[in-house]
Design a protein around this ligand. Sequence first.
Ligand SMILES: [Zn+2]
Length: 348
Amino acid sequence: MPTEIRCYVCNSPAQEKFIAAEAGEPISGITCPRCGEYRIFDKEPLDNIEAKGRAQRLFFSSWLREQGGILVSAELVDKTIPITPPTVHEKAVRLLRWFTSKHPAGHHFKVPGEDQINNIVRWQFEESNVEIDPSGVGWILELLGECWINDGFEYYMVFNDYAVEEMKWFFQVKDQTYRIGPIGFIQIEKERSHPDLEEMIFIAMWMNPKMNRAYNTFANAVMDAGYKPLRVDTGHPEGTIDDAIISGIRHAKGIVADFTRRRGGVYFEAGFALGLTRLVIYTCKDAKADRDELHFDVEHRPFIFWKDTNPGRLALKRKITERIEAHLGKGHQSFTETERNGYLLPEE
Ligand SMILES: [Zn+2]
């Protein structure tokens, strides 16, 4: 039976239930309207997250939501924060996608108001005596989490100022009732095809000389499909996300996300790319330790598992090329032998 709790990350009313024991320690699963689902060790209830400040705590909530079901430890919090949130435009696109997914085309729907959101956030952090029925606000917390919006003031700017007034994606029917207009639908189409993006595929993986062969396989597969491979080696500590990575993913049409050794950064990069509706190709080395470590949500994605042998890497290369071509079409980039080698790393 789930227990009613306050979410350890965002303090919303949430549910906790025992899932399994690992190495003698119980693991529980949290279901939160804002953060989605995540798991924690019983003994690590994120004591240090409050010290990160309200804004980062809420960014982490949205980030968690995009990861879908990962195991959260104090270490993950320290590695992930500070988080660079999406831009106003990207938040507005998320809002547009959210409403489009919830309501059939042409239908009218209610949107929350600025004051309503501010009251909910105060209630969420137990700062006011406002009586709020939790069953009625779950969808608003979900929207805030999904769109990386922290309070009513920000919501007003993203929704009213940007998405309604400036972009004309939404039309007001009356009061808090809106519908999506033609420009909104054009924007949704644009988000799906990304004609303005470069023919480039971002490669997210464990950056270690041991992985050079695997990297070269990914890069060759990408070039075979007619796209440029993009690798960002920032020199920052492993697992931290910086602007070069964010910008790389933003400009690429897709991403190869390799989960070998379960790098925290790869979860972020795949989640971020998914949030931008980019093609995400999930791969992982076919080794027991690596497969066992995959978090339950990514387990359900269409993974390509690869063996670290010559035939195994050849099969991997072919599958990635096929998947890119199937989803994005054949790219127009061609490479001379020298250009191709310029994208590859030395193999041991
Ligand atoms: Zn939460």
